[in-house]
Design a protein around this ligand. Sequence first.
Ligand SMILES: [Zn+2]
Ligand SMILES: [Zn+2]
Length: 257
Amino acid sequence: MRITADYHTHTVYSRHNHGKGSIRDNAMAAYKKGLRTVAISDHGPGHYIYGVKRELLPHIRKEIDAINEEMRDKDFRVLLGVEANVISYKGDWDLDDRLIELTDIRAAGFHYGVHMKGLSDTLHFFLLNPLARFIPPLRRYMRRKNTDALIALIQKYPITFLSHPGEKAEVEIDRLAKACAKEDVWLEINASHEQLDIESIKTAMQVAGAKFVINSDAHRPETIGEVEAGIVRAKRAGLPADRIVNAVEQEEVCKSS
Ligand SMILES: [Zn+2]
Ligand SMILES: [Zn+2]
C-alpha cells in the first residue's frame, strides 16, 4: 500500500518555528516523492502558539496558485488547507467564512494551544479531559462530550477530515465514524501521532461508508509522504486501500523466472 497524496503538512506559516519548510519546499518535496497532491495545512489562527496569521491566508493562497500555475503541465497539485481547532463543546472552530472560502480543504481537531470559548469549555478540555484517563466514569463522560463536539462541528461546517481523532481528547469512535460517514468527512490515520490506532481503525471500519485518509502531518519537507507508521496500522487493522481516499495497493512486482 502507498499514498498518492499527503493532505496534512505544515510550513513556516505555522508560527514559532513549528513548521520548517516554505510552501515551495513542501511542494517540491512532495513532487519529488511522486505524490500527485500535497496540502499545505498549517494550524488554524485560533492556536495562539502555532496558528497561522489570519491576514496571511490570502498571500498563502496566491503563493500556492503561482506554484500550481508553474506546474500546470505536471500531474501535480498543491492545495490550500488548514488544520482548524475545536474551540467549544458546541462544535465551534477558529475559521470564519473568508477562510472557508479561501481554502480548498479543511481539517479539524482538538489541540491544547487554544482559548476555549467559555469557562465551562475551558474546564472540561483542560482539566476534566486529562483527569478522565484515571477515572472511568469521567472517562466515559468526556468521551461522549468530545464526540458530541466533533459531531456538532462536522454537521455545521465544511470539513474534509478530522485530524488525529482520539489524540488530545478521547472519542467514541463508532459514533464518530457513523457521523463522518453521513457527512462525508474522512477519519485521519496520522503517521506522526498514535491516532487513529489499530483498535479505533478496526471499530471505525465496521461502519459502512466510513472513509479514511493516511497523512504524514509533516513539520519539515523531508518527512512529507512518510506515512509508514500509518500504513502499518491500517494493514494490521485489516483496512483495505479502497477505504482510504489517498491510498492505492502497491503494484505487484513481476518476478521473472
Ligand atoms: Zn494536529
Ligand atoms: Zn498537524
